[in-house]
Write a protein that binds this ligand. Structure first.
Ligand code: TA6
Length: 307
């Protein structure tokens, strides 16, 4: 993979590449990947993948009312929630102990910081892009930890993989994290997620009660659950059946439904009918603890499901 000589001029950076070009959306810069068989858009802010299509079929949902502003995650795509997931004060103490809780934004700060494109490797059938977030960014955040973060996307006509690697600095650390993936559906009422039958989950909408999943996950009300996750999950929508493979043991399933949709930023009142989130995570009992210098990688792989 060739290391890029990062320059502030993204288009200059990308000039040597066949499939990658610089784009601007509102206040944000990003990389447009255009291959005959697949396409993607990835912002420098948050290294946030916004779009991924195969043969013109979107595999990822992006809000119709998305806003592209500095310092605020765009609604949709795959926001990277790091070095904590959700509300900081809902995390295990080991995660909380590194955070100034009074000033902690939901889902950490990685998704709202500027990352750098570090390497691009193009092949006839796939494109790999690596972005990095240097540890000095955490100096201006409510996090006392010290780590380097990188994410590598591998895009092809067979699917998308994402590998998020945390390398601890001079101090040990405990983090929670999630790849907050938004999926499209033509009809939430004809949508289900399989693979979780019999597994336990925490219901964030029912006093964080522990429950057990019966059968496939279907949607008939606001849904916000933290699951003990299987390695392989399948998302069934009217037009698409995707296999989501992940190397962690927890996942979050979310749909805001009717009432919360009216209170969400960058979200049409009826958008709950056209999306769902299945988030590959390390949360609650599945948080990541690293010794100084140790590394850990959270991976997800999206492919067409074969059943
Ligand atoms: O992943 C589910 C969740 O934690 C929900 O509770 C909701 O807050 C969602 O994330 C979106 O959060 P955001 O900060 O991106 O609006």
């Amino acid at each position: 993979m060739s290391n890029l000589e990062y320059t502030s001029e993204l288009s200059q950076c990308l000039a040597p590449y066949r499939f990658c070009s610089a784009i601007t959306r509102g206040e944000l810069e990003g990389i447009n990947v255009t291959h005959a068989d697949f396409s993607a858009v990835i912002l420098l802010q948050g290294a946030q993948l916004l779009e991924f299509t195969v043969a013109g079929q979107p595999w990822i949902w992006l809000s119709e009312t998305a806003e592209y502003k500095k310092g605020a995650a765009v609604r949709g795509g795959i926001p990277i929630c790091w070095p904590w997931f959700g509300d900081a004060d809902k995390n295990p103490v080991a995660v909380q102990s590194m955070i100034d809780l009074a000033n902690a934004p939901a889902h950490g700060f990685a998704r709202s910081q500027d990352w750098q494109i570090n390497a691009i490797s193009e092949h006839d059938d796939r494109v790999e892009l690596t972005f990095i977030l240097n540890s000095d960014v955490s100096q201006n955040t409510p996090w006392q930890g010290d780590a380097n973060l990188s994410v590598t996307f591998t895009l092809s006509a067979t699917g998308l993989t994402l590998a998020l690697t945390t390398i601890a600095g001079s101090q040990p650390l405990t983090i929670s994290q999630a790849l907050h993936t938004y999926f499209p559906t033509e009809d939430i009422f004809q949508t289900r997620v399989s693979g979780f039958d019999g597994l336990s989950y925490i219901d964030a909408l029912d006093g964080w009660a522990n429950k057990t999943q019966q059968g496939d996950i279907i949607f008939s009300a606001e849904t916000d659950r933290i699951y003990a996750a299987p390695a392989k999950q399948t998302i069934h929508t009217p037009k698409l059946r995707l296999c989501l493979a992940c190397n962690s043991a927890s996942a979050v399933v979310w749909n805001p439904w009717i009432e919360k949709s009216t209170r969400l930023s960058q979200f049409a009142d009826d958008a709950w009918q056209r999306m769902l989130c299945v988030e590959s995570a390390n949360v609650m009992d599945d948080v990541v603890t690293l010794k100084a210098g140790e590394r850990s990688t959270l991976t997800l792989a999206l492919t067409i499901a074969d059943e």
